[in-house]
Ligand binder design. Structure first.
Ligand SMILES: O=C(O)c1ccccc1NCC(=O)[C@H](O)[C@H](O)COP(=O)(O)O
Length: 220
């Protein structure tokens, strides 16, 4: 049985980290973008990571940050995976990841007119630019950088990319089963769909989302 990995993004509080661990999710995300309502400092993330049990991946999300800032944030926070969610070029993602000596996923914000060929080509460029590149995270294009709770047309994701892809954008307990069944991604990523309010997660929604993904895994 395929086990879809689950990342819960935008954590700011130790009780939410505990809820993610209790629910059995695989990864958490810290937003280091200062304009986000879910922003945490590297020091806050370090404290939250200290409270985590082993085998949960701590991801640091960046928007257009300079390589030195990414490297320093990784050093202080100890996140072990990067997520570039801004307008960085493939080369800029690679340079920042190399400065931090840390693997990364690249967010691609899908528009209604994005084509599967464009996604394949983008993945090829990222792959060629760095051995630290570990796959694409698909989110929905909105006129802001993310965590907006909007769904895109999942049929645009090429079948060849799904086994390494992270699917995000407007996921919730209501569409999780359909998303996993249709796309069969490596992982899913959710933020606003498990929130009580921005930056404040709801433990019951986290648990329900993880259950929905596991139920989808069981029937595939
Ligand atoms: O969460 C933010 O505030 C944020 C700010 C800037 C760039 C990205 C941001 N979040 C991205 C995510 O939380 C997830 O990777 C993903 O987009 C899922 O978001 P959602 O649609 O809310 O589930």
């Amino acid at each position: 049985m395929h086990r879809t990995r689950i990342k819960i993004c935008g954590l700011t509080r130790p009780e939410d980290v505990a809820a993610v661990a209790a629910a059995g999710a695989d990864a958490i995300g810290f937003v280091f973008y200062p304009k986000s309502p879910r922003h945490v400092t590297p020091e806050q993330a370090a404290k939250l990571i200290e409270s985590m049990p082993p085998f949960i991946t701590a991801t640091g999300l960046f928007v257009n940050a300079a390589p030195e800032e990414v490297a320093e944030t990784v050093r202080v926070s100890r996140v072990t995976l990067l997520q570039f969610h801004g307008d960085e070029t493939a080369e800029q993602c690679a340079a920042a990841a190399h400065a931090a000596n840390t693997r990364y996923v690249r967010a691609f914000r899908v528009k209604p007119d994005t084509t599967p060929d464009e996604l394949l080509e983008y993945d090829r460029i990222c792959r060629a630019s760095s051995p630290l590149y570990s796959g694409l995270l698909f989110d929905t294009w909105v006129d802001a950088y993310g965590g907006a709770g909007k769904v895109f047309d999942w049929s645009l994701i090429p079948k060849d990319l799904a086994p390494r892809a992270v699917l995000s954008g407007g996921l919730s307990v209501h569409n999780a089963t359909g998303a996993v069944a249709q796309v069969r991604p490596y992982a899913v990523d959710i933020s606003s769909g498990v929130e009580a309010s921005k930056g404040i997660k709801d433990p019951d929604r986290i648990a329900a989302f993880v259950r929905a993904v596991r139920e989808a895994d069981a029937i595939l």
